[in-house]
Design a binder for this molecule. Sequence first.
Ligand code: SAM
Length: 314
Amino acid sequence: LPRPGPDTPHPRTARVNTLKMSVEEVLRWMAQPPAEHRKWAAVGALARRDDLLPDLLAFPPGTDLHDHPLVATGALILQSKASCMPAHALVPRPGWAVVDACAAPGNKTTHLAALMGNAGSIAAFEKDGKRVERLRANAAATGSSIISPRHADFLGIDPEAPEFKGVRGVLLDPSCSGSGTAFSRMDYLLPSSADRLKGQAAVEHCDERVEALAQFQQAAILHALRFPALQRLVYSTCSVHARENEGVVAAVLPEATARGFRLEAPFPSWRRRGVPGSVEGAEKLVRVDPDEDGTDGFFVALFVRAAAADGQAG
Ligand code: SAM
């Protein structure tokens, strides 16, 4: 695989949906596809396991997997490595009641269902009606039967309502600027001087937009911390802006601390952490650099209730 760098395309990745096939079964299929799918053997020979996430396979940049038979069956899901990190960071246990606060199209929701072995429940909130339908279709295609899609504004639900009294994990992947994704990064690479001026206007507009997004992200975290039995909350964005990442964590940390939560470090072997000095505990935050880490720019923060961190997380 090519060395990472700003001009290097990212490897393609596919998550194994372990509700349909194990990683070993997928690798066996890849090495020796059934007779009617022999042409996929060449692609299969390129597959390697990701070194961080046990259910992720990586392929060279540009590998086209869209028509792969295992994508059609829902056994493989085309998902970036970074976007597979939040569900792993939550470590949801089979049998838990979990909330996905901003869920559609549901790549992380279905990942949670796989990690839970389809045991327990996931209430998946999405405020956009069309996107709820995509979430519903995604849950069906992947066999994720514990997902209950809910067409609702997460900020409008009452976390203290009896139906949520057992919620132990929340995944919060709210709307963000998307500045870490390949498409968005291309917007910033404006060549001519006229385009640079446009770029300046875009940056100013971007500042206002990012601030509005950050205000929503903060409100959503504070809302999620109100689930009475909550043990673990993962907050993630595909943004590279500090305001949406460390800035949001810094803003909610006093109330999170008052409610008994502290930051914990997911993926201890991952070296890129929060911007030093930006917030107390920055070294516990996960940053993914789109130029250096071979996947989308991402941010992951894990809040754990102190009592849970002391041994009651299982
Ligand atoms: N986690 C999703 C995945 O991996 O497939 C992607 C989520 S996307 C970044 C954010 C989603 O949150 C959008 O579908 C958006 O419509 C939804 N959303 C934004 N504000 C919301 C709110 N207040 N309540 C519920 N959903 C919301």
